[in-house]
Design a protein. Structure first.
Length: 250
């Protein structure tokens, strides 16, 4: 299945019932994640990602994530003050266009979906929140995986055994820890890493500078929820999310 993409879910969002689709891309990656991971894209199936962001329709796949920005009445572009690190012009928009062209075959049933992730590294929600998709889809995709990285900004973590709870401040992290969840927390400064509870993301730019080592997610494998017996992870805000992070951690 190398270098192919598949529809693994096409149906209502568990967040608001709107039509969404999940696409699994085999053999992709970037500088941070490393090559070869299966990336999963959760998008509206009826509205392109940029329009969905601008109009607020991305709530179907992002929930109430604070990095979505504020809907606007502009004729183009995405939401005002959007601080999500995912650039909608690239992978999400390209995936949407390919989906609308009918470029992706549908993987039907547990065995077909499991085969996509078999012996692979898998990232749940490369864009979009895993909690928009039924758990059984992720269970099938990850059932034969080598490792999983996954994150949710939802108020409820649907699969803490696999998914990290994304947090924007210490209070959110402490609430998740009280429920037995591991967290991936955005911080604004290095000295905000909580000793004994968190480690700095080994794949972050700051970690690379400190260690002199170029670690990728595919090498690290820490962000697999409670399937990984390790401390929670913190990362210094980068890119478009940097300003928003400084607001949220106050």
């Amino acid at each position: 299945m190398a270098n192919k993409s598949y529809v693994i879910y096409d149906g209502p969002s568990l967040i608001d019932g709107s039509p969404i689709v999940a696409i699994a891309q085999v053999g992709t990656g970037n500088r941070k994640t490393g090559a070869g991971m299966v990336q999963t894209w959760v998008i509206r199936s009826d509205i392109d990602p940029i329009t969905a962001s601008r109009t607020g329709a991305d709530v179907s796949i992002c929930g109430d994530c604070p990095h979505r920005g504020t809907p606007t009445n502009k004729a183009s572009g995405w939401a005002k003050d959007r601080s999500c690190y995912v650039n909608l012009l690239f992978a999400p928009n390209g995936v949407y266009k390919a989906y609308k062209r009918g470029a992706y075959p549908v993987a039907k049933g547990h065995d077909a979906i499991r085969a996509i992730g078999l012996l692979q590294g898998i990232r749940l929600g490369s864009y979009g929140d895993p909690n928009a998709i039924p758990n059984f889809v992720w269970e099938s995709l990850t059932s034969g995986a080598d490792y999983v990285t996954a994150y949710t900004h939802g108020k409820v973590n649907p699969m803490p055994e696999l998914i990290m709870s994304s947090c924007d401040n210490r209070a959110m992290a402490e609430s998740a820890w009280a429920k037995g969840e591991r967290t991936f927390r955005v911080i604004s400064e290095l000295d905000q890493v909580i000793k004994g509870k968190e480690i700095l993301c080994p794949a972050s730019e700051e970690s690379r500078e400190l260690s002199g080592k170029a670690i990728t997610c595919s090498m690290c494998k820490l962000c697999g929820g409670n399937s990984v017996k390790a401390k929670s992870v913190a990362i210094v805000a980068h890119g478009a999310s940097k300003r928003k992070a400084k607001e949220l951690v106050q």
